[in-house]
Design a protein around this ligand. Structure first.
Ligand code: BGC
Length: 748
């Protein structure tokens, strides 16, 4: 009944109430409007304020502690109606205490509980960047669903995820949280993750409200430095950074989070053109926009707000509905309204959105939804979620090099030395934002290998080095292990705290102590398989770059050991592809495979041609560009079919014959890239427009069809509008690094 009334009001037949509301607003339900009419200003400001949960805190969240008050004071504030939402708490028992307190407040408005569940709550999955390597929206949807079931069973309704910031600068630590450098992959995974988290019905006890973040452009921080300023053209914003948000909103995301960065001189938390004109007007988003942590108060440090009251005023007027952790809204909004510095309508509109969100979650009908001890016991660390976590972990691994078919390894008869700080380590399996996960629950590489080897005694494990510094006698012991082995597995790379928020790096290399270990071990002359651990693309050098076999294994979470073992010994075919380009050198950043041409591009055949675009010491190329990765078989492509001419806006059907020319069953990722030859604005030299997966037995063949959707050929023209310009488009279909077939078509 209420839903149908809202639908009517949000449709073409906008009633008079809706017509009076600000851009993008729709009238709320009778229940919400009635409640709003009963609320005092302080109660309204309370609903617009959220705080780190001190009633049921979890150990390791990234944020600095700001204004702690303790659990009892927090319960008192909840009873007084001064808090609308708590975040980053975990567990049903504490959730019940907090919700009971909320139900003794004057208007009995229930709390919502949110958390930074980026890649798992208790059961930790691969970091989102790793999962993106599967290039599989359906897998991401299933993973997000499994995570939602476990998370909601722990008394949480809302996640601050997915992170959908396109990331083209690998120095930026938060690359780990998203889907990498490509726009289409970001769009598809943003939508899939939102659908998975939220499920079919937001009122269900296992529905987890999604928050695509950080609106918008955070991934383009200058120099890749955390929290730095962002400045970009409108076309760049619309072509690269906005599409994943559009996709997430179209998938029904109920909230978004404003970025804390400066955007073109106006920090996003105070940026009305972005948070109101664009978010509400252009994108028609009608969910809740929550600030980032303390971001409204940070307007003072940015130098655009004079004091805390001024910061609160700027934030609410820009379009922030809910203030996170600073307490600025609850402290200052009542006076700001009384003094006429903030119109009551702005506060009411934000309250309307927050209450509507709670209503959409079913909290008014059942404030204790997702607070059920039996569900908590049943779903936490269940067999079902562990299976999905393992599937995602194996699908995340990318085989980048395999000279002479060194992999897969035989399960018997070989002496294996597992060398490096991550061989037997459990503390660094999860990576950043592993919320309520316990590092001790994870399965390390050595344990995973022993479980699969016919004779586990043939495995020798030696750290050789710590993550950031050498170990006394470490290299010597590693050399003994290497000399006694037939094969060396080198488990090296970044520690869990080297990527993620606040962990930008200027030099994205394997730490020097581990590089020294790799050089010494390589000199022994045994075949080396590098098992790289990382939260971003790295610039590999020396013995690590030159090892005959290389697996990108990211932070795979709790199922690290079994997943790596499955791939190493060929129980599972490696099917991951890089969602970020591995550069030749750190100084190439930012860099992406779909960069635009310069006026003096260097030819691929001679990328260091004098006078052409390159660095003095590196070409304008990647060591392993976006999409790199192979399996244990090979594919051949032939018989490309594509139309000669298509009408602008029409779908372009393309197909190709794929044949497995190896000796094992394998899965090919067939990818289609496009280049617009002549346009009014410069275009990417190539950009992925579609992909599909096909699994074929040895010798088998299939025709794979890919469709470029009509709008995918559009560009943002100089006047800011989206247009498809007629002309010739080149296209390439590939099945991995060397296998590529090309053609072109004309758009009328
Ligand atoms: C991060 C957000 C996160 C928030 C709450 C901030 O530091 O930027 O992504 O959701 O903290 O924990």
């Amino acid at each position: 009944m209420l839903t149908s009334r809202r639908r009517l009001l949000s449709g073409v037949l906008l009633g008079s109430t809706a017509a009076l509301l600000p851009i993008g607003a729709r009238a709320a339900s009778v229940r919400v409007e009635t409640l709003l009419s009963q609320m005092t200003l302080p109660e309204k400001a309370g609903q617009l304020s959220c705080f780190n949960d001190e009633i049921r805190p979890v150990g390791a969240v990234f944020n600095p502690v700001i204004d702690p008050r303790g659990g009892d004071a927090m319960l008192a504030d909840i009873r007084a109606g001064r808090i609308g939402m708590l975040f980053n708490g975990y567990g049903v028992a504490g959730a019940r205490r907090a919700q009971e307190a909320a139900l003794t407040s004057r208007l009995r408005i229930p709390l919502a509980f949110a958390a930074d569940v980026l890649h798992g709550c208790r059961t930790i999955f691969p970091i989102p960047l790793a999962e993106a390597a599967a290039f599989d929206p359906d897998l991401s949807r299933r993973a997000a669903r499994a995570v939602a079931v476990e998370t909601t069973a722990g008394g949480i309704h809302w996640t601050f995820a997915p992170m959908v910031d396109v990331a083209r600068d690998q120095r930026w630590g938060r690359v780990a949280e998203g889907a990498g450098e490509d726009v289409l992959l970001n769009q598809l995974l943003a939508a899939a993750r939102v659908e998975g988290f939220q499920g079919p019905d937001l009122t269900r006890a296992d529905a987890l409200l999604a928050t695509p973040k950080h609106f918008v452009g955070y991934g383009a921080v200058r120099g890749g430095m955390e929290y730095a300023a962002v400045d970009m053209s409108g076309a760049e914003l619309r072509e690269t950074f906005l599409p994943p948000f559009t996709a997430a909103f179209a998938a029904g995301a109920g909230a978004t989070m404003a970025s804390f960065t400066d955007f073109g001189g106006v920090p996003v938390s105070a940026n009305r053109p972005l948070l109101t004109d664009m978010l509400r007007g252009e994108l028609r988003f009608d969910g809740v926009c929550v600030s980032d942590y303390d971001a409204d108060r940070e307007l003072i440090a940015h130098g655009v707000a004079a004091d805390e009251a001024d910061a609160a005023r700027l934030a609410i007027l820009a379009g922030i509905d809910m203030s996170m952790q600073s307490g600025l809204f609850v402290r200052h909004l009542p006076a700001l309204v009384a003094e006429g510095r903030v119109p009551l309508g702005a506060v009411d509109q934000a309250v309307r959105r927050v209450l509507t969100l709670k209503e959409r979650l079913g909290l008014f009908d059942d404030p204790f939804r997702s607070i059920d001890r039996r569900a908590e016991r049943r779903e936490t660390g269940s067999v079902a979620i562990k299976q999905v976590a393992r599937e995602v972990a194996t699908r995340s691994i990318v085989l980048l090099r395999n000279d002479g078919g060194l992999l897969p390894l035989p399960r018997a008869g070989k002496r294996i030395a597992l060398i490096g700080p991550f061989g037997a380590d459990r503390a660094n399996l999860n990576g950043p934002w592993s919320f309520a996960g316990d590092a001790g629950d994870g399965i390390d590489i050595a344990t995973g290998l022993r479980a699969i080897l016919d004779d586990p005694a043939l495995l020798v494990v030696e750290a050789g080095s710590a993550i950031g510094e050498s170990l006394p006698g470490g290299i010597e012991r590693a050399l003994v292990a290497a000399r006694g082995a037939d094969i060396v597995l080198l488990a090296i790379g970044e520690g869990a705290d080297m990527s993620g928020e606040g962990n930008s790096r200027t030099d994205i290399i394997v730490p020097a102590a581990q590089q020294a270990l790799a050089e010494a071990v390589a000199a022994v002359g045994k075949p080396i398989v590098v098992l790289l651990r990382h939260g971003r693309a790295l610039a590999l050098t020396g013995a690590v770059r030159d090892a005959p076999a290389l697996l990108a294994t990211w932070f795979l979470g709790e199922q690290t050991g079994p997943a790596i073992a499955d791939i190493l010994f060929g129980k599972v075919e490696p099917t991951g592809r890089l969602p970020v380009s591995f550069p030749i050198a750190s100084g190439q950043q930012p860099w992406s495979y779909d960069r635009r041409s310069t006026g003096r591009p260097a030819p691929d055949s001679d990328p260091m041609t004098p006078g052409r675009s390159h660095w003095r010491d590196a070409p304008d190329q990647a060591l392993y560009p976006f999409g790199s990765g192979m399996g244990y078989t090979r594919f051949a492509l032939s018989a490309l079919r594509l139309p000669g001419t298509v009408a602008a806006g029409a779908a372009v059907p393309i197909s190709v014959l794929v044949r497995n020319i190896g000796t094992r069953t394998g899965s090919a990722l067939i990818r289609l890239d496009v280049h617009d030859r002549v346009a009014s604005r410069t275009r990417p030299i190539r950009q992925m427009k579609a992909f599909a997966r096909v699994t074929l037995a040895a010798g088998a063949e299939a025709r794979v069809a890919l469709t470029i959707v009509g709008d995918a050929l559009a560009l943002i023209a100089s006047d800011g509008t989206r247009q498809i310009e007629p002309g010739r488009f080149d296209c390439w279909i590939s099945a991995g690094d060397e296998t590529e077939i090309g053609g072109s078509f004309e758009v009328r």
